[in-house]
Structure formats: C-alpha cells, structure tokens
Design a protein around this ligand. Structure first.
Ligand SMILES: [Zn+2]
Length: 1011
C-alpha cells in the first residue's frame, strides 16, 4: 500500500526538520522498516523460521480448525529468546498446566534478559507480600527512549503543561508512541490469561511478520500477567490438587485475594486493595492510553468494550465513541479470521465506575474488557452453553456452538488473536487515539466552563473531619488535586428544592433559576474541576439516578455510590466558576489533624461516628475508657452521646495515638457530670461460610485498617465450639452472598455426597489455609451451629448480622419478633438510600443524628411483632361491610353511640401495639425488655432514594433498617443495609463499631413499653 508509506515518510520528515531532537529522530527512523515493508496482513513471515515442535503442539491442543487464526497457529523460532515452553515444560495453553506466579515471572525475566525488546518492572506487592509486575514490550528504540516518550505523553495527559496549545499537542502526538496496558487474571478462576500473555509477549518480541512489527514499533505493549497474585497461586494449588486426584471432586477456590474474591474488580472507586492501587499507579505512571482487562465468562469472545446503556454520564463522549469504534473493529477483525462466537454489545452497561478497567475511563484513557471462554483450569472439557448465548442476535451474527470440546489452548488462541488485532488497530490509528487522549484531558480541564461543575467543596466546619479526610485521601489516590481555601469563600448556589410534601397548590411555581449565596469558611477543601482528572472526582462525588423506566432492567452492578453521602460528610457541588479565583493553596497530605488540647486528668473525645474512635479503644488497651450515655457540654464544647471519657493513659502515648488517628481530644480537670458506662475491649470473631467468601472480606479489611483484632472463623467453627462466649464477646456474621438461598448457610455444600474437599496448607497446596482451614469444605453451620449462636447471644454475646445473614437469623426465629417480608416488585439494585435514626439513645446510634445515607440492595424487608412467631402486619384494616360511607361508623341496635374502633396507626418500622386480647394468657407475648428495638429505619418512599435505582420502593420504605433484638442476656443486631461495603460506606462503619464498643451495654437508653 504505497500511499501509506508515503504518508508516514512525509510525517516523519516533518518532524525531523521541525522539532525533534536527535534521539527521537533515531527512534522514528527505527520505525521506518516496518512502514516500508509489505502490506501487513495477519500471518507469519515466510522468511522467518518457525519453532516446529511448538507449532505442532499448538495444532494438537487446538480442538477445532476454526478455534485458531493465522496470527497464532505457529510460533516463530528464535535462537536467543526462549519460548514459554522453557518454563512451562509444554506450550502456552497446554492441557493440565497452570504455572505459579513465580514461574510466570521467571519467564518474563528470561525474556527481558534475552531480548532488548522486553523490560520488566516491579509495580508493588499484594496484601500477602507477593510481587506484582508490569512487562513492557516494544522495539529496542522505543524502549531505549521510554523516558522521553513518557515526558511527551505526560504533556498530553496534563494539557496545562502546554497551555492547552493544540498545535503543540499535534507535534507531541506525532512524536509519541502510545502505551496499551493489558491486565490478566484478576479473577482467579479465569485461568487463560497468564499463559496467553506469556506467548503474546514472546510473539511481540521475536515475530518479524509485518503485522507484528507494526505493533512492536508503533506501540508500547504493557502487560501485568497476573493482577490478583495471591488468588492466582491459590488457584494453581487447587488445580494441581485436582490433577493429583483426578477422580475426585476438587475444592472451589473460595478465597482469591486476601480480602475479596470476585469483588476485587469493584474497587476502582474506593482504591482499598493493593492490586487496584498498583495498577492505577502503573497506568498513571506510564501515561497509558488503554487499560484492557482480561476475563472469562462468555463463549467464545465477548468484547464488552462497546457496552450497553445506560452509558456513564461522567465520561467524555469521545470515550463512548472510542469504545464503539474499537469494539466493532475488533469483532470485525477477529471474525474476518473466521473465528466463530465473537461479539460485542449487550450484557454490560457502562454505568458503574467500580471496575478495574474503569480507572482508564475516569482518567482520560480507554477502558476495555474481554470475556473469553474459560474452563476454570486447564482441563480440556466438553462444554455446553445455553440458548441465550447461542442466539443469533444482530450483534452476534456468528454465535458460538451449543456443544464444544474446549481447551485452554483454544482460549489462549482467542485471547491472543483478539489482542493482536486490537493492538494492531490501535497503532494503525495511534494519532487519532493520542489526539483524543489529549482532547479528553483538555476538556476535563475546561469542565468548569463547559458543562460544569466548577468545583466540589468540603466545608472546613464539617462535623466529621476524620471521615472528610478519608474521602479526600481517596480523591488524592485517584490523582485528583485538592486545594484549601486560605480565606472564606462565597459562592452562588441553586436554591434548595422544595419537598413535594411542602407543596401548596396556591404557591407560585418554583423558580428553577432561584439562587442563594453560601460562604464556606477558610480552610475548606476545594476540588477544582479545571484539572485533568476532574472526571474521576465528578464520578465519585456526583449523584446517580437510574430510572425505573430505563429499558435496561438488570444493571450489571451497583446503580448508586455518591461518596459524600456514603461517607456521611458534606460535599457541595458548585457551578459558580468564581470559586476558581478564590484564594487557595494546594494540599498534598490528606489527614485529619488530631491532637490534645489542655492538660487535665481526663480526656474527652466527641463521638462523631468517626471509625477512628473504635481504633483508639484497641490502640490503648490499658486505658480506662467510658462512654457518655447522654449528650453533655463542658468547656464551652458540646459532646454527643457515646463520647469517650479517657483516664489512666500515658500522656505521650495518648497524644501520639490521637495524632495518628486524627482525633481531637480535650483535656479537663474533672470529668463532666454525665452518666457513663465502661467501654470494654470486645473479643471479636468474623464468620464466613465455606461456600462463598466475598462480601465478608470488606468487613475484615475494615477492621484490619482500623487495627482492630479479630479471629476469622467459619460456620464449621461455630458448629464445633460449645462455648463461643469463652473466646468471643462479639461475633460478626457479614453478608454471605447466598443469592436468596439463605438455608445454604445451614446446609453447606451438600449432604456429604462426593469426597471431602480440603482447604488447608499442605506441601501439595502451600498457598491455601492462610485465612482459615478445614479438612472438608462441605458441611455448613448445621443445627449445632444454630444452637451455639443462640446460646452465645443468650449468655451475653453480641451477634451482628446483615442482609442475607440477618434474613437467615430471622427465618430461624433467632431474633424474637422480627420477620422478613418477601420482596415482591421492589428493585433497589446497589443503591444509596436514606435511613433515619429512630432511637438516638441506642449506643448503636452514637454519633449519628437525623438521617444517614446507606448502601442497600433489595432488603431484607423487616417487620416487627410483639408476639413470638408474629408475622408481618397485614395492611391497615379498612372498615367492615355495613351501613354508611367508608369513613362512617356502623351502628349496633340498641346502642345510641357504640364505641368506635380506635384508629390504629402503626408505622412500617413498628410492631403493632399489644391489644388486651393479645396480652391475655398468651405465652407468645414477648416481654417488653426482650422486644426488638428499632435503631434506624428507612426513610419514607418520597424521601427514600439518594442515588441509583429505587423501583417500588414503598415495599421497603419506612421499614426498620437497623434492629437490636435482645436474646437472653445478649443481643442480635440485624442490618437491612450493608454498613461495610467495598470501602465506599465509611459513614456507616460506626454502626457496627458502636455495637462492638458497647456490646455489653446495648440496652442503655431503652424505653420499655408498659405492657
Ligand atoms: Zn472475571
């Protein structure tokens, strides 16, 4: 294709004569041979010898002629560079082989040693200390000039550095080589990526076909072969156990990462996992244009880059179009190579920014994701797929087969072929994509003057400085710049909206343009939107609305996440651009400023629902700490219920603890006159099942971050332990991901069919058993476990349950008087909803007042009764059939005015009052002190939704959201929300922490019914 050659040469000479330093000229000259070569169609260079033995095995392990392509059906030979079989002992994708991370890394380091086209860097470690790496593959010239290239890309990434000069951007674009970042094996049971990426790297390093040379010379391919390294090594253990016991069932990989399994791909907002932090740092550090994550769940290749609606409103439309262009081209290119079952569109909506790949989307790059067909290991298996996947839709014109013999090699062929065509297309159009990279960044910096907002403000007088600092720290982690006002800042804001309930039909229509002014004190934090990563801040801090009428009925993930709400801190969206000229200074370290004021005998710390308060209790085990049971004022300061009174501490140790935790302590000569109780150090266990351990991991992580010790135990431990109280004061039973089958907690995996499934550290499986061990994963909690939990609470322990574990408890009758109403039409899919305090004297509510936004996912819907076994109250009774109108009284013959039936008004969160007939000779009547105590409830339907989707919310609105149910001398606490979730809900952590701190005083402030 001569014209293309001419264009490239002309561009090159332009650069040479105009702007480029000599080093870069060399780099570009290095790129010339590829451009001058024959047209690059996919396929081998006939002049380059192939590795015959390797190639023969590729053919052998590929189960059908169409499951491969001219790009991967051979392996070029190299005298210097070792192929993957040097480490694997067989080819990439060979049956029965999964390599440990150490072998994968050893191979990449062999490549680096043997080829000047490969560079390996360490990008950090995992929670369990395993290394994460990134491998760059490009031409010798490109790798020799990485720093110059990075410096150019940095200017495109932050157009302020070139004063938004488009001409300069064009020059940089022409001179730059893009970076395409591929990540594999975030999901540990999706096992194809590491070997596919080993072979891909080899091909990119040694293949001399024009098609591959184009990629090598015009692009830097960056690869992290294993994202979830802890989980990967566990998966390899499990798989090797399977190979060693081929006739037995083998254990499912329950723990992937140290904290979470599948949710490790939902941390891109909260940034709590090492893998997210390390990938983000690599992505931003290399100034990459693409982050392409590899998964396995669909036959045979679903490119979810195109996505489906609703599309994220926080990304630049340029990106939405890049998604379409890339995906459809990719599908077209792979289909052209006659590989069946390749499609895009459908399934995945681009709404939630929680996915790892979305780090690119919120940082002016391009997010991509493949789902290929994996066998959860390297067995070659017969696979069948359902009609939904084989359907011939407009976007899947050549569907996969209903029945296939499928191998790991087939999977590797698809991954590599698709990636090679994607890489090729990207480099072919690199100027466009680099220019877009610049334009998206430029438009991000212009956001205040375009669609807005101009800034988000975090007021200096927020009553929760600790939580405010934590949220600002996340934004800093996202690469956002934070400023602090050096003087009061006055802005114009839209006038607050009137509530519907306030509507007066006679009132004039609301003026949508009405404004108010607001002044923020000096010291307030400002997230300016005239910065390159403004979209990351906007995506986290804005509100979300998913219409119940949206054509998309099954959101891919959560629909709401507004961080200011979930962190329980004030975040004000400001569109008034004058704020950008307010006096402010950049802030680099985001910490709440703790410290001690005064020097007396007792220290006071206000309870503002800051999780650090619980951290302090555990940090100072020798200290005498009491909690105030009522609000009080002293020294001109107001203190909430639950505030700490601390004595008996070393002044220096105390000062350093509060400093580090960002807590403000006030020292007084004498303790205030307020009723208190002792805050003991509770001994804590967190329970998981052996079926699924995912959502519970966020709870473990949170306690670890706070330095609160606990034991990780399973339902089997609970079943085996006759006296749980001897070891624990508090048992946390977080959501168990039972997907509606809560009885699986009781039952376990089966009734003992098959063989034992061990999960423990042995020479055969050295990476298992880190968090917990068992000889057999199958048994569940069992009836003994249920009895032990009940006894634990009855003897004074605290059992905390949430969502499905709360539902499970009520269905077993563990919390007297609480039942779950079946969900009918309710759809609250991972939304932020409003709850409100019902009983602010409950220690669980310490530090809270008014409303609290919380994470909710369709219930459970609690109903209360004062009778054991009481079921949900029926809808309010209408009058019986009789004389008169619907609201008239009936009559009784001979009675002039019969006593009217008193109107009963029971709110959804309340138990219906005890009637005389209920109380008469009724052993099921729960004594007042044993009745459930509602601490929080969901807001009414018209005020329920904060962010996300809420359809038919009246089913759950008004019902109890946090219940404290007495059980003997102890308590069972039930959450209908998830208070600790994905590092996103710090504002509700204190609900659990308050329960822990006050586990033996939960009845404080209780008002008992008379009868
Ligand atoms: Zn996956």
């Amino acid at each position: 294709m001569p014209s293309r050659i001419q264009i490239r040469i002309r561009n090159t000479s332009d650069q040479l004569t105009r702007v480029l330093p000599a080093a870069l000229a060399l780099l570009l000259l290095g790129a010339l041979p590829a451009a001058a070569g024959p047209d690059s169609t996919p396929g081998r260079d006939p002049n380059q010898p192939i590795d015959a033995a390797y190639t023969q095995k590729i053919q052998k392990y590929t189960t059908a002629p169409n499951f491969t392509s001219p790009l991967v059906n051979y392996l070029p030979a190299s005298k210097e560079v070792p192929a993957p079989d040097a480490v694997l002992g067989d080819i990439a994708g060979a049956p029965n082989i999964l390599p440990y991370s150490s072998d994968v890394y050893r191979y990449f380091r062999m490549l680096e040693k043997a080829s000047p086209r490969v560079k390996v860097v360490s990008i950090g470690t995992t929670e369990e200390g395993r290394e994460m790496i990134a491998v760059a593959i490009s031409s010798e010239a490109n790798l020799a000039h990485l720093e110059e290239n990075r410096a150019r890309l940095a200017k495109l990434a932050d157009p302020r550095l070139i004063h938004l000069d488009d001409a300069e951007a064009d020059r940089l674009v022409a001179a730059s080589v893009p970076v395409y970042y591929i990540t594999g094996a975030i999901h540990s049971e999706e096992t194809g990526a590491p070997t596919a990426l080993m072979e891909l790297a080899y091909r990119l390093a040694v293949d001399e076909s024009p098609y591959i040379r184009d990629v090598r010379e015009n692009e830097i391919t960056l690869i992290t072969p294993i994202v979830e390294v802890d989980g990967w090594d566990r998966m390899v253990d499990v798989y090797r156990w399977h190979r060693a016991h081929p006739d037995e069932l083998y254990p499912p990989t329950i723990f992937w990462g140290h904290y979470v399994e599948h949710d490790d791909n939902r941390d891109a907002m909260g940034l709590t996992l090492k893998l997210t932090q390390n990938v983000l740092a690599t992505y931003l550090g290399w100034k990459a244009q693409v982050l392409h994550d590899l998964h396995e769940s669909a036959a045979y290749l679903y490119d979810d880059t195109a996505g489906d609606g609703p599309f994220s409103p926080w990304i630049d439309p340029i990106l939405a179009n890049e998604w379409e262009v890339l995906a459809w081209h990719n599908v077209s290119d792979v289909s052209a190579l006659a590989m069946p079952g390749v499609y895009t569109h459908g399934y995945y909506d681009t709404w939630s920014p929680a996915y790892l790949m979305f780090l690119a989307a919120t940082h002016n790059g391009i997010s991509r994701l493949y789902e290929t067909f994996g066998n959860q290991g390297a067995d070659t298996r017969e696979r069948t797929i359902g009609a939904d996947e084989t359907a011939r839709t407009w976007y899947r014109q050549n569907p996969p087969l209903a029945k296939t013999l499928w191998s790991q090699r087939d999977n590797n062929n698809y991954i590599e072929t698709a990636l090679l065509t994607a890489l090729h297309y990207f480099q072919e159009n690199r100027r466009v994509f680099l220019k877009n990279f610049y334009l998206k960044a430029k438009r991000s910096t212009q956001k205040p003057f375009q669609e807005g907002p101009a800034a988000y403000v975090f007021p200096a007088d927020d009553p929760r400085p600790g939580l405010q600092a934590r949220l600002l720290e996340i934004l800093t982690g996202q690469g956002c710049e934070i400023s602090r006002a050096t003087a009061p800042v006055r802005v114009t804001l839209p006038a607050p909206k009137k509530k519907d309930s306030d509507d007066d039909p006679a009132a004039p229509p609301e003026d949508e343009k009405a404004t108010v002014t607001r002044e923020f004190p000096a010291g307030s934090y400002i997230v300016r939107m005239d910065q390159p990563y403004s979209r990351a801040a906007d995506a986290l801090l804005d509100y979300q609305y998913w219409s119940p009428n949206d054509p998309r009925k099954d959101p891919s993930d959560d629909t709401g996440w507004t961080f200011g709400e979930l962190f329980n801190v004030q975040v004000i969206r400001v569109t008034d651009t004058s704020i950008l000229s307010a006096p402010m200074e950049p802030v680099h370290e985001m910490r709440a400023h703790g410290g001690v004021t005064g020097a007396g005998a007792v220290y006071l710390i206000n309870n503002d629902a800051d999780p650090s308060l619980a951290a302090l209790r555990y940090r100072l085990p020798q200290a005498s700490i009491e909690a105030a049971e009522e609000p009080f004022e002293t020294g001109g300061r107001k203190f909430n219920r639950g505030s700490f009174l601390i004595r008996g501490v070393d002044a220096q140790a105390f000062a350093s603890a509060v400093n580090e935790l960002g807590l403000r302590a006030y020292s007084e000569a004498a303790a205030p006159d307020v009723k208190t109780h002792t805050v003991r150090i509770a001994r804590i266990a967190i329970v998981h099942t052996w079926e699924r351990a995912m959502t519970e991991g966020w709870w473990r992580q949170t306690l670890d971050f706070l330095g609160i010790p606990y034991d990780t135990i399973s339902t089997q431990t609970v079943a085996a332990e006759d006296n749980l109280n001897a070891k624990y004061d508090v048992i946390l039973f977080p959501p168990a991901d039972t997907d509606g089958d809560t009885m699986s907690i009781l039952r376990g995996m089966s009734s003992g069919w098959g063989n034992p499934l061990p999960w423990k550290k042995t020479p055969e499986t050295p990476n298992l058993g880190v968090l917990d061990s068992t000889d057999d994963m199958r048994p569940g909690l069992g009836w003994a476990g249920v009895a032990h939990l009940e006894e634990f609470a009855a003897r004074g322990g605290l059992l905390v349950t949430a969502m499905d574990t709360a539902d499970f408890s009520t269905s077993l009758g563990l919390a007297h008087g609480v039942s779950s109403v079946p969900v009918d039409k309710l759809r609250v899919i991972g939304s932020v909803v409003r709850t409100q305090v019902v009983d602010d004297a409950s220690p669980i509510a310490y530090g809270y007042s008014g409303t609290l936004s919380a994470y909710c996912s369709n219930g459970p819907i609690f109903a209360l009764s004062n009778l054991v076994g009481g079921v949900a109250p029926a809808p309010a009774p209408s009058r019986a059939t009789g004389r008169g109108t619907a609201d008239d009284p009936d009559y009784v013959v001979g009675e002039a005015s019969p006593p009217a039936t008193p109107p009963e008004k029971t709110e959804a969160w309340q138990a219906p009052p005890v009637k005389p007939d209920d109380a008469w000779n009724n052993p099921d009547l729960i004594p007042p002190a044993e009745r459930p105590r509602v601490v929080f409830r969901f807001a009414d339907a018209d005020n329920f939704l904060v962010s996300g989707l809420a359809d038919n919310a009246d089913e759950i609105a008004g019902h109890a959201s946090v219940i404290d149910a007495p059980e003997g001398r102890g308590h069972i606490v039930l959450f209908a929300i998830n208070p600790i979730y994905r590092g996103e809900t710090a504002g509700s952590y204190a609900l659990v922490l308050n329960a822990i701190l006050n586990f033996d005083h939960l009845d404080v402030g209780r008002k008992l019914a008379v009868k």
